[in-house]
Design a binder for this molecule. Sequence first.
Ligand code: ATP
Ligand code: MG
Length: 317
Amino acid sequence: ADAVRGLDTASLDLPGWRHVYSGKVRDLYEPDLPALGGAHPLGDVVLVVASDRVSAYDHVLSPGIPDKGTVLTQLSLWWFEQLADLVPNHVVSTEVSAEPGDGLVPDVVAGRAMVCRRLQMFPVECVVRGYLTGSGLVEYRAGQNVCGVPLPAGLVDGSRLPEPIFTPATKAEIGDHDENVTFDQVAATIGDEAATRLRDLTLAVYARAESIARERGVILADTKLEFGIDPESGAVVLGDEVLTPDSSRFWPADQWEPGHAQPSFDKQFVRDWLTSAESGWDKASDVAPPALPGTVVERTRDRYLEAYERLTGSALH
Ligand code: ATP
Ligand code: MG
């Protein structure tokens, strides 16, 4: 079938920018200084581009999900604004280039890219959970705690926790799983003061976002944030993407029913199809997953668009 391929932004030639890194979903570019006459007009910045790539079970799948990169970027920008009084963020500009080499967002990635302050990222995935599921549930079943935080007995998949908990993880290289760690392990790595600051900021962001989402009929079950230091000011700054379906679990509130997996506004259809008999793929094997059928791509695209629209209250385009 001729499924529409997502835009692969890792392979683009962007005037004024040099590709430096690609994760599973995002591509990072730095200023091509010679092309810019020696310095970027906005200082020490990077271009963060969200692609349409979709990953599941640690594989990047094909084809991509059309508009996914735009949803991730526009939703992050919307959240950064909702959180601006709680924590500074890395966004410097989303303005589209007027002429090649002016250091702004190249036309071909307009809407999906942001010029951001280059941060020294903390090597910590700042995860916060208000509900129990996923790797949190697995840990809970093994020892009635998550990342060393003790929890009451009797919780099930999808249970609301007595209060939101900070459950950090260490960042894995591509292909490896992130590993849950305790607060004390984070403190041993980055120091007590920074660890406490990251925990407090993470919990504050969750409290704000959870209440905004709830007003819109969406449960924010958990989310992952990444922070860095702005070398110029020394401030702790919120980086990366925030509160997107890739970094968070969003559940329709009216369908919440603890005791089993919840429907969610993300790549649920992708995971369901990959693990179904129809795909013929064995998750435990080292084999790459088969191409996604057009219907799975379409339904996943609709899910991402719906998440954007429900949370922000407006349509994407
Ligand atoms: P994964 O595929 O597991 O997500 P990843 O996190 O390395 O791996 P992406 O999330 O696709 O991949 O890429 C975004 C990368 O950019 C991350 O490494 C993130 O830490 C980094 N990053 C985000 N914001 C900034 C910033 N302002 N300055 C420097 N690096 C940043
Ligand atoms: Mg990432």
